[in-house]
Design a protein around this ligand. Structure first.
Ligand code: G3H
Length: 409
């Protein structure tokens, strides 16, 4: 995959307008994921358990239980448009090392990159047919695939379609990552330069089209003016234009996404949010926008724009920030900026999210870390180790010995 990174990355640039450099990183990261997964799998799958029956009350030592991990069968992998290669590979690699075969349904935009990526597995010697790649619109082929009796596990990353899939899927393991409204809580003692840099990276990389993007800033009123000024200065430096030119902000994936983002912005405008920049849009290209003084009655306080538009809510207590975070139907990641380690851990414990980052923007990687959402953000835990475990089941063999009364005679 690393040898073929250039043509795959070129597809990402063209299909999903991911900046050229980030497109290459996505492919390289995927190659690293495969290598790590191959090593991790060997160890995980080499381990089993040995249990003896007399450790449970009422039993003699007459039964020995040997457990090992076996594959599930066919894994259906459905990655999203924003990582057509990496979030496909994060499902393919654990599925294969665990001994499964796989059906991949790539996103409509990103399908060509995914086909190139699958070809790399063939070039590496995997038999054709071990990974089936089925392209098409989810609205047309999704139900057929997700409800197919031959599918033994579904790993899906995307929007709330995942909720419908989990209702329709049969009695099979599901791994679902369905978006987030990742909150960034800034306490009074935070390093505001560090926070501002992470808000920019977290909120605007790939034009905000990441489930782990910072999607709402909850900042203590006493430091809000300073923080907003710092973030505003950095927003002004973001470059806007084409992915080929490595611009920071590139067109969002579809016209309907751009319209949705615009709807959130207009709602906030009508309800009195402060625009730190002028709102500007050309086709699917939306200029980065920081919205200050956002209030809970605005849609953008709760909905995920999946675009370069970031709301700031001023809070008067840490509890208010935690309350806002926990009132969300999402619970993917969150972050807190403070110099006080004790406070940061208390805030982390109180936030109802799968992960809390202390003094850094939310992110899925490194790819062997556990990654999971609470509430509508999904079920199951990802990360290489968790995915391998999830894509296997336990098989037990019990050795029954003669009862003690006549064994020794
Ligand atoms: O969009 C969802 C991805 O899981 C986010 O991954 O944190 O590496 O950008 P990332």
């Amino acid at each position: 995959m690393k040898e073929h990174k250039a043509p795959i990355a070129e597809c990402l640039v063209k299909e999903i307008a991911k900046p050229a450099k980030d497109s290459v990183s996505e492919v390289v990261r995927s190659g690293d994921l495969v290598s790590y997964c191959a090593e991790e799998g060997v160890r995980i799958l080499g381990e089993g358990k040995f249990l003896v029956s007399d450790s449970f009350p009422g039993n003699d030592r007459t039964k020995y239980c040997l457990t090992s991990k076996i594959p599930l069968g066919v894994v259906l992998a459905i990655p999203p448009f924003n990582y057509p290669v990496n979030l496909a590979v994060s499902k393919i690699a654990p599925a294969l090392i665990a001994g499964n075969s796989l059906v991949l349904k790539p996103p409509t935009q990103g399908a060509v990159a995914a086909l190139h990526m699958v070809h790399c597995f063939h070039l590496a010697g995997f038999p054709k047919g071990l990974i089936g790649c089925v392209t098409g619109k989810g609205s047309e082929i999704g139900d057929f695939l997700t409800m197919h009796p031959g599918v033994n596990c579904i790993s899906f990353t995307g929007g709330d379609t995942g909720i419908a899939i989990s209702r329709k899927a049969g009695m099979i393991p599901l791994q679902m990552e369905l978006g987030g409204k990742d909150a960034c809580i800034i306490l009074e003692d935070a390093d505001l330069d560090l926070a501002a840099a992470n808000i920019i990276k977290g909120g605007f990389s790939y034009s905000g089209q990441r489930c782990t993007a910072v999607k709402v800033v909850l900042v203590m009123e006493s430091v809000a003016d300073t923080l907003v000024e710092k973030v505003k200065a950095k927003v002004a430096k973001l470059t806007v234009g084409s992915p080929e030119d490595n611009c920071d902000i590139t067109p969002v994936v579809t016209e309907s996404s751009a319209n949705f983002i615009e709807g959130l912005v207009m709602d906030a405008k009508q309800k009195g949010a402060t625009f730190c920049q002028e709102y500007k849009r050309e086709g699917n290209l939306i200029w980065p926008l920081l919205l200050d003084n956002v209030r809970p009655d605005m849609r953008i306080a709760w909905e995920e724009p999946f675009g370069p538009v970031l709301p700031v809510i001023r809070i008067s207590s840490v509890e208010e920030g935690i309350h806002h975070c926990n009132a969300s139907n999402f619970g993917l990641q969150g972050c807190v900026f403070t110099r006080d380690i004790n406070k940061s851990i208390l805030v982390s414990d109180a936030m109802e999210t799968g992960t809390v980052q202390i003094n850094s923007a939310p992110a899925r990687g490194p790819d062997h870390f556990p990654f999971q959402g609470l509430k509508d953000s999904g079920i199951g835990s990802q990360g290489i180790t968790n995915s391998i475990n999830m894509m296997t089941k336990i098989k037990s063999t019990v050795i029954n010995l003669p009862t003690p009364s006549y064994t020794m005679g």
